[in-house]
Design a protein around this ligand. Structure first.
Ligand SMILES: [Zn+2]
Ligand SMILES: [Zn+2]
Length: 535
């Protein structure tokens, strides 16, 4: 009876764990490793054909994004998930496949010119469709058997619509062990979804630790409906747009739920009929699912609205934008409005266009509602950057920058400790996953101090559940490649060249406003240099 760690080990993406009993193997999650070289980093470290079934905790791609690859590589079993996870997965996997296909196309277009042989996408839309055909949807609390000798059940994790913990009972040699996989543990008091539930029994727990070193701000307990209404009121009054970078699935719908309440209570008096444009094809699809049958999946407030027949994510003035033409038209329409667009951290997607057209306008507002990772454009703006680059252009930051705290979808350190503290008696061992390279081991140590037996497994580690010890060591996560850093020092000639390059950019700026004829001549000379030296 073995547990193997195939992803999100001392890292936050790529969740994938394997339980093996009596020669049967099930995976809990099969997520995409994001943020690095996705083609290289996402090879599966096991034979896909040897997997009997998958138990999926929720639809986010860092938990589900390698399912099409699994099927492409020969997996022929069933994928178990809750009904709403199944519905959301339909749009998430197709979207992920689309991104894989267009990324490969982009690499190939560049590669062709450089004489490189073409790369294949990690998987295609067809692979995504094939994975979706393997779905078996079950309700919370309903027991199922993913493979012989294994029983399983889902409980609400309060992280995303349909999100779940997986309870797994494995029987071998007359012994049954109960494992709990936390998936992602939700935050309390979020709109629409329920608070995360508590489980009390387990021999082993595999738990996430995204916020294992952080507390959500105390000041986050405030009325976010009124706070957002105030931002909208003052922005519209001064003739600007409210731009909200937001994850397409989950966060966007939670915001629509809040805006519906703002409208219903008439909290924006200057123009109660203000327009709200959701500019993201994925968000539009997700909103359609949220508008469907949510029975058994939402918190008491939303349940009351649902029973009363209220359309929770619809209101007067809401526009779901799909085409790029309509998206562009928003930038040239002078009417003040609210624009919700992805990505949530501003590093990709249509939001970048809206930032380009609004960041420099002192009458607009940019509202951040979620965590902005170090290094993301969203973080730089929040940290007070006065100028940012968008599509090669410098854009001044003059808009009002607002942070609406309290809308995180992950439990913080105290809530994680509270969650694991509900197990009685304590589990024999806790495996800490889904946390950064320093955070996961740190949180495991914290658990040890609290009297738990715990550690943060490394990638490909194997643990024997009956022997109660590691039977194969894992490997350290690879550090992201940083060119010209650590050990490798640039030559003085190269450093001088980089300085000259920066000087050239300054000279270009000094020519702003020059005659077109001169600018073209200057450009042609630079192009000549590029053609000569880009080799
Ligand atoms: Zn998640
Ligand atoms: Zn996750």
């Amino acid at each position: 009876m073995k547990l193997r760690f195939y992803g999100a080990d001392r890292a936050v993406t790529g969740s994938c764990h394997c339980v093996e009993i009596n020669g049967k193997r099930i995976l809990v999650d099969c997520g995409l490793q994001q943020g690095r070289d996705e083609l290289e980093e996402n090879a599966l470290p096991f034979a896909a054909g040897g997997v009997d079934a998958v138990v999926l905790t929720h639809a986010h791609v860092d938990h589900s994004g390698r399912l099409p690859l699994l099927v492409k590589n020969g997996f022929g079993g069933k994928i178990f998930c809750t009904r709403l996870t199944g519905e959301l997965l339909g749009i998430m996997l197709r979207d992920a496949a689309h991104i894989q296909e267009s990324d490969a196309e982009y690499v190939n277009r560049k590669g062709q010119r450089a004489g490189r042989s073409p790369v294949e996408p990690l998987y295609s839309l067809r692979d995504a469709e094939a994975a979706l055909e393997r779905l078996v949807c079950v309700e919370y609390g309903q027991e199922f058997s993913p493979a012989e000798g294994i029983r399983a059940r889902f409980a609400d994790a309060g992280h995303l619509l349909g999100s779940a913990y997986a309870e797994v009972w494995a029987a071998e040699e007359g012994e049954t062990k109960k494992l709990v996989f936390s998936g992602d543990i939700g935050n309390v008091d979020q709109p629409v979804i329920r608070d995360p539930s508590f489980l009390t029994e387990a021999d082993f727990v595999v738990m996430e630790s995204t916020y294992g070193d952080r507390e959500h701000d105390e000041s986050e307990r405030y009325d976010r409906v009124t706070a957002l209404a105030e931002v909208i009121e003052r922005t519209i009054r001064r003739g600007g747009n409210v731009v909200i970078p937001s994850f397409a699935v989950g966060r966007t719908q939670e915001l629509l739920y809040i805006i519906r309440e703002i409208k219903e209570r008439g909290l924006v008096t200057y123009n109660p009929h203000f327009r709200v444009c959701v500019d993201s094809p994925l968000a539009r699809e997700a909103t359609r699912i949220y508008a469907g049958d949510l029975a058994g999946y939402v918190d008491p407030d939303a349940e009351e609205l649902r029973i009363g027949g209220v359309k929770m994510f619809e209101f007067e003035g809401l526009e779901l934008v799909t085409t790029t033409d309509d998206s562009k038209a928003l930038n040239f329409d002078p009417e003040p409005k609210v624009i919700l667009s992805a990505s949530g951290m501003c590093d990709a997607g249509r939001i970048r266009h809206h930032l380009k057209y609004n960041l420099w306008r002192p009458n607009s507002s940019i509202v951040f509602v979620g965590y902005q990772a170090q290094g993301s454009l969203g973080r730089r703006i929040l940290d007070g950057a006065t100028e940012v680059k968008l599509f090669g252009e410098d854009v001044a930051v003059r808009a009002e920058i607002v942070r609406l705290p309290g809308m995180s979808s992950h439990a913080d350190r105290s809530h994680l400790l509270d969650w694991i503290g509900h197990f009685s008696p304590r589990p024999a061992h806790v495996f800490v996953v889904h946390g950064d390279a320093e955070v996961a081991p740190g949180f495991a140590q914290e658990l040890e101090r609290e009297g738990f037996s715990a550690h943060a497994p490394k990638y490909c580690e194997e643990y024997d559940l009956l022997l109660g010890r590691v039977t194969r060591e894992g490997v350290e996560p690879e550090k992201p490649k940083q060119p010209a850093a650590g050990g490798f020092k640039d030559s003085p000639a190269f450093t001088a060249l980089v300085e000259l390059g920066q000087k050239l950019l300054e000279v270009i700026r000094h020519n702003r406003g020059g005659a077109n004829r001169d600018l073209k001549k200057f450009g042609a000379e630079i192009q000549k240099l590029i053609d000569k030296w880009d080799r």
